[in-house]
Design a protein around this ligand. Structure first.
Ligand code: 16G
Ligand code: MG
Length: 557
């Protein structure tokens, strides 16, 4: 770093004093806190984004959002050149930057890091960052702080893309770095075009117009509903009714949204008994999560159709297409056996895992957090990953995409089953966001597959019956005292706690239980499953007590 760069950093940083007594951590999905505490953090993440761009010589994304948190919170996270999450190797640097106490400590950290990483400031292309934000009122100010962080690196350029869903920003970063069309308009065009391709490929004899009932979508009073209003007009024939867009009265994520619906299992605000029996869906505050649900008659409760059920629907569809290709191997010879992998977390309902195993699928369990699932799914030719809470997508390897493209041109004059299967897989790869889980593209894929199968949401929900489960959280003095292994299914510290959990779990029919420290809140989470709801509740409560005994005073919620 030359003198000019050092003094620019020192000078700009002096305007962004960190809040006193607050320790921030990049966590599972970026920094999150009350928005009033974040100005200095976001400024510093702006610097990090510029350094990441210099290091990778690519466009980087910076998103201002706190997803499903309350509206007074906000957050910031980075999209890497491939549109994925920030490389985990840079997370400790992000933590150190955010917590540096003054400009000279900040400068020292940057100096050391830049030297260690061999980042050059004057060879190669300048840093370039795309900025996005959700609908939170604090977003504008924080985007401004990010811009100032970026411009404290000489030559760095930022583009303010305005209000976006998180997956839109990730998609744009990926597209920019691939040198393909990358505007919001292009995003809408790609999604709607591939949705329509899938619908055109629905097998003969299925009367699409008859099953063309509507889907009612809860937009969490946030950005997702607004974008869906635009997208729906491009998807000819598909009837989407958006409730809870950001233009309404309600507060972001309050009594609405995918997180609320999935955790509370109750009807979100804005829905009325006239929706009973209809297909309903819910997005979270930045539209990277999606769940479906069905309202139960005469009650506020819902039947939840969660990430596991979406995963199962997608897996069935993809497997069906791969089977067509295998059965017609003479037409579509593949030099290798395409691998299809399913990735879940310990939160996946045991019934979903059994169902997928019975389909003969290869299942892998990772720790909680999109970055872990995404990484594992990318090892397969087609990797499908979902968390039960509705984060997920389908990844296609370059190898299978080139093979599908080549088969498509070989078969282009025919209209055989294998060509249709090839076209369907190609359309799915364009519809479903390859950068990160995306509620809007997930919704269109669910809608297309339901049309393809002719299934109602009830039929889809009956693929298997969820085992009753219960989640609790326990406030503890120090959540880092819990250390887990084997994708969070076993606790290795504190000593003895796993044995206590095991002996409790053994008392229950179909009992399964694990605990883990939350990555986003200061709590230990408890998940329990058993043969009946009473038993799941009782197991979760008993294990919450064990956590309390081992980890000091707290209360379960
Ligand atoms: C974040 C993660 C999500 C995970 C959740 C767990 C991303 C984009 N989001 O929202 O994948 O399920 O945290 O929260 O990675 P917890 O650690 O508080 O249980
Ligand atoms: Mg989210």
């Amino acid at each position: 770093m030359n003198e000019e760069q050092r003094s620019l950093l020192l000078q700009c940083s002096s305007h962004f004093a960190p809040p006193k007594g607050v320790k921030l951590s990049y966590g599972t999905a970026g920094f999150r806190a009350d928005a009033t505490l974040l100005r200095s953090t976001v400024y510093r993440v702006g610097i990090l984004a510029a350094l990441r761009s210099l290091k990778t010589q690519s466009v980087i994304g910076l998103m201002i959002t706190a997803s499903h948190n309350k509206v007074s919170d906000n957050g910031v996270k980075i999209a890497d050149p491939n549109g994925g999450m920030l490389s985990q190797q840079w997370e400790p640097f992000a933590d150190a930057l955010a917590n540096a106490s003054d400009p000279s400590e900040l400068l020292q950290l940057i100096d050391d890091f830049v030297r260690k990483e061999g980042i050059s400031f004057d060879n190669g292309r300048p840093a370039e960052i795309l900025l996005g934000r959700d609908t939170r009122p604090s977003g504008k100010l924080l985007v401004d702080a990010a811009r100032q962080g970026i411009s404290s690196i000489i030559g760095a350029i930022s583009h303010d893309m305005g209000v976006l869903t998180t997956p839109q920003l990730h998609w744009m970063v990926r597209a920019r770095n691939m040198g393909i069309k990358s505007t919001e308009h292009d995003y809408f065009q790609q999604l709607s075009h591939s949705y329509k391709c899938l619908v055109e490929l629905i097998p003969n004899g299925k009367d699409v117009s008859k099953s063309n009932d509507k889907v009612v979508v809860d937009g969490a009073n946030g950005v997702g509903g607004d974008k869906l209003e635009v997208l729906k007009h491009l998807c000819g024939g598909l009837i989407i009714e958006v409730r809870n867009s950001s233009k309404g009265e309600g507060a972001l994520n309050e009594g609405v949204g995918a997180d609320f619906v999935q955790k509370e299992k109750v009807v979100p605000s804005g829905f009325s008994p006239s929706e009973i029996g209809l297909r309903c869906a819910s997005l979270d505050g930045d539209a990277d999560r999606l769940v479906y649900f069905l309202m139960q008659p005469d009650s506020k409760m819902i039947d939840l159709v969660d990430g596991d059920k979406m995963l199962s629907l997608f897996a069935l569809f993809i497997k069906e297409q791969l089977n067509v290709l295998k059965d017609n191997e003479n037409e579509t010879p593949c030099p290798y056996h395409p691998s299809l992998g399913i990735v879940q977390t310990a939160y996946a309902n045991g019934a979903s895992t059994s169902y997928l195993k019975n389909l003969g699928l290869d299942i892998f369990i990772t720790p909680t957090g999109v970055k872990y699932l995404h990484e594992k799914a990318s090892e397969y030719d087609i990797g499908i990953y979902f968390e039960a809470n509705g984060h997920g997508t389908i990844l296609f390897s370059d190898r299978i995409l080139s093979w599908l493209e080549a088969r498509n041109s070989d078969l282009s004059s025919s209209s055989t089953e294998s060509q249709k299967a090839v076209l369907r897989l190609l359309a799915v790869s364009k519809l479903i966001n390859q950068a990160v889980g995306d509620a809007l593209s997930g919704l269109l894929l669910v809608e297309a597959i339901l049309l393809h199968t002719g299934w109602s949401i009830q039929k889809w929900n009956e693929l298997y019956r969820d085992l009753p489960s219960r989640q609790l959280k326990v406030k503890v003095v120090d959540r880092t005292a819990v250390v887990t292994a084997n994708a969070e299914t076993v606790v290795v510290q504190p000593a003895g706690i796993q044995e206590a959990i095991d002996s409790e779990t053994a008392k229950y029919r179909h009992g399964r239980c694990f605990i883990r420290p939350s990555g986003t809140e200061d709590v230990i989470r408890v998940y329990a499953e058993a043969a009946s709801q009473e038993e799941a509740d009782s197991l979760a409560n008993a294990v919450a007590k064990i956590v309390d005994q081992f980890l000091g005073s707290g209360s379960s919620q």
